[in-house]
Design a protein around this ligand. Sequence first.
Ligand SMILES: [Zn+2]
Length: 526
Amino acid sequence: MVERPRGAGARAQPLAIDAGRHGPGLGDTVARECVFESAQPNGTKLRAILYDRISEDPDGERENIEIRLAESRDYCDAQGWVVVAEYSDNDISASKFSRKPRDGYEALLAAVKAGAGDVIVTTEMERLYRRLEELLELIKLAERTPLRQIVCTDGSGYSLSTSQGIHAAIGAVNNAMLESAKISDRMKRKKAAKAGNGWWWGGHRPFGYQLVEQEGRTATGKKFIYYELEIDPAEAELVREGVKRVLAGETANAIAHDWTRRGIRGARGGALDNTQVTRTLTSPHLAGLRTHRGKLVRGNWPAIIEDREEWEMLRAALQRTPRMPRPRSYVLLGLLYCFCGTRMRGHGRKGKREYECRALDGGCGRTRRKADPIEDAVRDAVLTALADPEFRAALAGELRARLGTDASVRELVARRDQDRARLVLLRDRLADGTIEPEDFTHAKSRISERLEGVERALAARSSPDATLLAQLPKEYEALQAAWAKWNLDRRQAVLRLALNRVTVQPIRRGRQVFDARAELKPDWRV
Ligand SMILES: [Zn+2]
């Protein structure tokens, strides 16, 4: 008998994955150990140690460690090797740069150190290593233990007793580190082949179903746990109700409101909103289907929506729900409100930009306006206001007032006002002829320099709004020219400087042309 390895992760566990109700928990280590068998008396059979690791799956489906280990077992059977131990880790929450110790991996090292195995078998090199140092550690171990090879189930192998083998292994780890997120096509084919087995691959149960634990056996007779979906009668009834309502023209939002009112919760216990209702009702599981690599394939569970055509109609209906607009191209977003009190959304309809009040957002859903005339009218009104010295002074005063009673700010403001008054006085003197032009220029540049410093200091102390206001040109034409050069962020900031909101008014009957005065009600900041 080979000595049993001692290591943190080398604790004996039941053979099947201890998965709880919904598969292995994140961060769990599944360390499993068969009884170490001695090397065959005739010495012809290699002793294999299996290792695998669950990691992030780009398909968003939980990988099944059992499938991977079963693959390795089958490979060993085919080679005529004896599996002496199996170890695995769940690394779903760890990155390849993670320093988190892997219990299963530590146990593997302990087994190798104890001389338990001649070969390590894994499904892919990247399962075994995240870092080159880990490989180097194994290479060192190979110098003083029976370990001679690392073999992947695709047949690629690395001899650790020759320099070529070590070189190849290092290269493979480098590749694995570069492509650690990639799942090999081989595994995907394997999963596709198993997709029709009725195994539930996702983590959590889908709405309408319960997970039922089942026990399976691999080709080599080992037991493992998997899950089947069974219809949950109460939730299935809700699904059928939802389908009927959507096909009758109701929105996902209305259903979400109603279900929330009735205390109906999602599969994970959370309240259902419009997005979740849409996601729930369009889920392929309800039609007995699953997506695999972008294609719908038959799952082996009962459909709640048995009519495939009905399900397609449902999906089409829910996908007609207006999508979220690309928010970047609508300058009035957040500023424009429907008269019903709802913030209006930007929406591109057949290439025409519009703002609309959406029922989805809780609004009346009846107001819709072309974007360009409203945007132009609001822009003109704001630039006109900003070119008005009275408005501007009031706005500056408002912003100053908000700064509070900061003494240093008050002092800076006083100095700035003094210098401004001096400049005015200087110009008067020049006009009166009581000062020589050279002296004027000299004095003016001194005062201007000081004033700029004070203004910069003030800007640094004041709100972004005050800074923005101070930077704006003062004349209407200059403001217009500047507007043309500003990006969307700056334009929005300038509009918000002057306005709290703009409310779109109901259109009067018989209206022919856009009348900004009648249709837009601005709420100015001052
Ligand atoms: Zn409205």
